[in-house]
Every structure is written in C-alpha cells, then in structure tokens.
Ligand binder design. Structure first.
Ligand code: FAD
Length: 518
C-alpha cells in the first residue's frame, strides 16, 4: 500500500505521484488541519476557497477511481496538524512508502522532510512539475550572475518555452517587452466587463458555515464569495478573461478606478496557485489568442510576462533566499502596521478603495498592492515583517513563496534591492496620474505639508530624506533628489515636521488599536 499526501495548494490531477502510481494500491490523504488555517490570520474567503476547492478535488479524484482518505476540519480525532494527520494515516493504512510533491512554501517543506523520521516510513518527495522553471534551472541561471534581473530571466524562459518566439528564435514583434505601451491611465468612462463570479454550491455553502462558525473573527467579509472552486469553473474564468479582458489587459495594467476592483486583470492567480489552472497552459492560451489575431501583442506579452517572468522569478528568488529572507529589513523600518489595514477605515480615498475591496473580495490588483497599500507602508516606515503578515493573510492568492518576495522584496525594499533596483515609493502625483482616486479625497493632492496635505506627499519626501544615504547614489533616483534639493530649507522643514507629527500619531493609534483589538 502506498500513501500519497495531497496538500491544499496541490489540486492538480495527473501530476507527481498521481501520474506514477496505480490506483488499486494507493490511498490519497487530504486533511483540513488547524495549523494550516491559523499560520496566518487568513481572510475568510481565502479559507473558503482552499477548503472548498480541496473538497471538490477529493471528489474529482474519487471520480477518477482513486481511494481518498479525507479528514474534514470537524472530524473526530483530527489532530489539526499535517504531521499528526500523516502519523494517523500511517497507523490506519500501514503504507510501504509515503509520496508527496515538494511543498511550495519553505515552512511546509520542513514538515515533509521530517515525515520519514516521524513515522519510520520512507518518503518520496516529487518535484513540482507545475512550475515552468525547475529549482535546478533557476539556480543555474542565478549562479552565473552578479546581479539578478527579472527581465533577463524572463528572456531565458521565453527561449526555454518558445513562447512568443518567431521561427528564428527571436521575440515576435522584434522586442521582448512592450511595457512602454502598457501604462495608460484609467478613463472615468472606461468600460470594464466584470470578472466572472460563481454561485456557491452546497459544498461551498457548508464550508462557508464552517468558516463563519470557527473563523468569524478573521478579517474580511464572507457573504460575497464568488470564486471558482472547481477546475471547470476556473477554466471558465480563464476563458472569459482571454476572450473579454485580455485584449485590453496591457493598456490598463497600471490603471486604478474607483469602484472597479479588477479592471482588465485576470483574477486567476489564486486558481493557478492552488493548482486548478496550469501556468504554462494559461500562457499558451494567451499566445494562441494573439496568434489568432484576437489579442494585441502588447497585451499578450504583458500578461505572459507576469506568469512566465514574475511568477517564476519570485519563486526562484524565494527558494534561493529562504529561510533568512523573511527576517530582512534593509531599511530598518520599525513602525507598527496601522489598524486601518485590517478594517479599511481611513480618510485617504485611495487607501479606503484598495482596502475596502480587499476586505470585501480578498482581491486587489498588482498596482493597488504595490503603489497604494505597499507604497504607504514603505514610506511610513512600517516594519516589513508586519506588512508581510498582512499580505499573507488578506489576499485570496497569498502563499508565502509568492507573497513574501513581492511584499518584503519588491514592495518594501526589505531585501535591499534584490528584487527591485529602486524602491516603489511614490507621491500623490503618481496616484493621481494613474487613477481617479484623488478627486474624491479630502486631502489636497497638490500640497506637501500642513493638515490637509496628502500623506503620500509628505511621507514620500520624508522617506527619501530619511534614506538619503541608501538611495541618493542610485542613478534612477538622482533626479528625484535634485528636486528635493531645490526645495528651500523652510519647505523641507515643514515637510519633515508634518511627517513627524503624522507618523507619531499613526504609531500611537496603531498601538492603541492592537491593544484593544487583538
Ligand atoms: P493579473 O494582473 O491578471 O496577472 C496575471 C497573472 O500573473 C496573475 O494571476 C499571477 O499569477 C501572475 N503575476 C502577476 N504579477 C505577479 C507577481 N508580481 N508575482 C507573481 N505572480 C504575478 N501574487 C500572488 O499570486 N500571491 C500573493 O500573495 C501576492 N502578493 C503580492 C503582494 C504584493 C505587495 C505585491 C505588490 C504583489 C503581490 N502578488 C501576489 C503579485 C500580483 O499582485 C498578483 O499576482 C496579482 O495582482 C493577482 O491578480 P490577477 O490574477 O488579476 O493578476
């Protein structure tokens, strides 16, 4: 008898041990355990997505003739840890060997590595074939480079997969990257077809009840849950994205608009991350839509780059840098994460929009994560580990291997520039250019100091002044420091004093709130 353990983000048929083993001789263990539901203060919808998708996947496996031993959250005897459930399954089934696909997260991989010692049963750990770039390929690429750059990694991945290459192996359209065509601001009347939502079925409703009952105090609302929890629905979401939204994905990739949480984004990340969709297959379909003449090149290339480039790249960086990566804090930021990240109550309109939709849907698109909530935490000097805990908890697609490099590295500059050569810090100028948020805000976007000045302005300049030693020699930031140096002394003092007062009040309020709420 062989025991296969399928983790909650490994919901893919026909891969790893499911490809290698015979059904008659195999039991598949899937377990809903407390340690996985509490390692972060997960948004309620994220819990529903994973638990409901696991239950549906178990049914898919049974339909394919597999014997599944499924431990539900409330089952008697549930030990509520992965280690405990593997031990109990070993006692029940007495397997010759345990089989499992490597974990995506470092924390879980350490558990897998301990199972042989824990149970006395040999363990085979399979490579996760769902990633397009293997650990060996990434390490080989990284080893020979002094500086890592996503763009060069991405070109290698284009060559490896042949995506968007012409017959001579050159990039179609003559360029690898069409980002210069992808920065259009949102127009107020921008028409956006809505992303596909799915009505909860009985399985999902049962999980929603469980989550309301056991995790009612977790952040986020539950009522609007509309994510796909089956392969079929995830594929339907993928197809409608490619048909309706991909043709304008690139153009408005960086745009933000009040009341439009998803714009032309795909909302596919969670499905890819838990295994309902295959990343390479999604890229190939985007390429096919371009080849059929349905999608312009800048949109297809921009979308493929996010998955083939960024997604694979951050995974490679994560595994190269863990476990110390999690503790890095290059800018020595030590502020407390404001409580409004958890309840959305702030009078900065851009933050209220990004946070409100996050609490409602467990979703914000990349620019909202990077240039609104991430930018604020960066320039306010919040400790990156607290920012990481928030992102890991709050988003439907948040798993540490992808969330941590994006948050600690790209967004908070906690890794000192490994993931981005310059901090993603911006003032109200940028936000106003890329969104309609500022027009509905009580703060003055044009003011740099004083009570009604936009906090993004004084915090931005204060951040740059605070970290002058770290950034002033960065060639990409020289011009910004020249602007700061042109402000007269009184202006600089007023900016820094407004920032100091604001940050002091923010810190006091955050500490008060954590003392009462958590
Ligand atoms: P689209 O804009 O439609 O992009 C298409 C796909 O590309 C996504 O579905 C995703 O699979 C991939 N992708 C795009 N950008 C990235 C990126 N930077 N890194 C990895 N994959 C990317 N993504 C997660 O999957 N999980 C996270 O926990 C996560 N945390 C983030 C935290 C911060 C601070 C930032 C700045 C970004 C984070 N991202 C994360 C990356 C990105 O924001 C999301 O993948 C994207 O917003 C998901 O929405 P979408 O599916 O509509 O993406």
């Amino acid at each position: 008898m062989q025991l296969v353990v399928v983790l909650g983000d490994q919901l893919t048929l026909g891969t790893g041990p499911l490809e290698a083993l015979e059904r008659e001789d195999t039991v598949i263990l899937m377990a809903e355990v407390g340690t996985e539901t509490t390692y972060a203060w997960h948004h309620k919808q994220k819990l529903v997505l994973v638990l409901s998708a696991m239950r549906h996947f178990a049914e898919d496996l049974r339909a394919e003739g597999w014997h599944v031993d499924y431990v539900q959250f409330t089952d008697d005897g549930n030990s509520h840890s992965l280690d405990g459930e593997v031990q109990r399954a070993v006692e029940r089934h007495k397997p010759e060997r345990i089989h499992v696909i490597e974990a995506a997260e470092w924390r879980v991989q350490q558990m897998l590595l301990g199972w042989e010692g824990l149970t006395g049963v040999p363990v085979s750990i399979y490579e996760d074939q769902r990633f397009i770039c293997s650990h060996a390929t990434f390490n080989g690429w990284a080893e020979n480079r002094k500086q890592w750059t996503m763009e060069f990694f991405y070109r290698e991945m284009r060559k490896q997969t042949g995506l968007l290459l012409d017959a001579g192996g050159e990039p179609v359209g003559g360029r690898w990257n069409f980002d210069t065509e992808n920065r259009k601001p949102a127009q107020k009347d921008l028409f956006t077809p809505k992303s596909r939502r799915f009505e909860p079925d009985d399985t999902t409703k049962a999980v929603m009840e469980l989550v309301a009952d056991r995790f009612g105090g977790n952040p986020g609302s539950l009522e609007q849950f509309g994510y796909a929890v089956t392969r079929e629905d995830a594929e339907a979401a993928r197809d409608s994205f490619i048909d309706e939204l991909l043709p304008r994905f690139g153009d408005y990739q960086d745009a933000m608009l009040t009341g439009e949480p998803t714009l032309y984004h795909s909302v596919l990340s969670a499905y890819i991350n838990i295994g309902l969709l295959d990343p390479l297959d999604v890229c190939k379909r985007a390429e096919a839509a371009y080849e059929a003449g349905d999608v312009p090149l800048n949109c297809a290339e921009g979308f493929i780059r996010q998955i083939l480039g960024w997604r694979e790249y951050v995974r490679g960086v994560y595994w190269q840098q863990m476990p110390d990566y999690r503790d890095r804090n290059a800018l020595e930021a030590n502020g407390t994460l404001p409580w409004f990240y958890w309840d959305g109550r702030t009078d900065m309109h851009c933050m209220a929009e990004a946070l409100g939709q996050t609490l409602n849907d467990a979703y914000a698109h990349h620019i909202q994560r990077l240039m609104i909530t991430g930018n604020f935490a960066l320039i306010a000097g919040i400790e990156p580990q607290q920012v990481h805990e928030w992102y890991l908890a709050i988003y439907i697609d948040a798993f540490e291997w992808v969330e941590l490099p994006n948050t600690l590295g790209m967004s908070q500059f906690g890794d000192g520039g490994l993931l981005g050569s310059k901090p993603y810090a911006a003032s109200a100028n940028y936000i106003n250019k890329m969104s309609d948020y500022c027009s509905g805000c009580r703060y003055a976007r044009g003011k740099r100091h004083g009570d009604d000045a936009c906090p993004f302005n004084f915090l931005y300049w204060d951040f740059l002044a605070r970290h002058r030693n770290a950034f002033s020699k960065n060639t990409r930031m020289k011009r910004t420091y020249m602007v700061w140096d042109r402000f007269d002394e009184a202006e600089q003092k007023a900016i820094r004093s407004t920032a100091a007062h604001y940050l002091d009040a923010l810190e006091k309020e955050a500490r008060r709130n954590y003392a009462t709420h958590k």
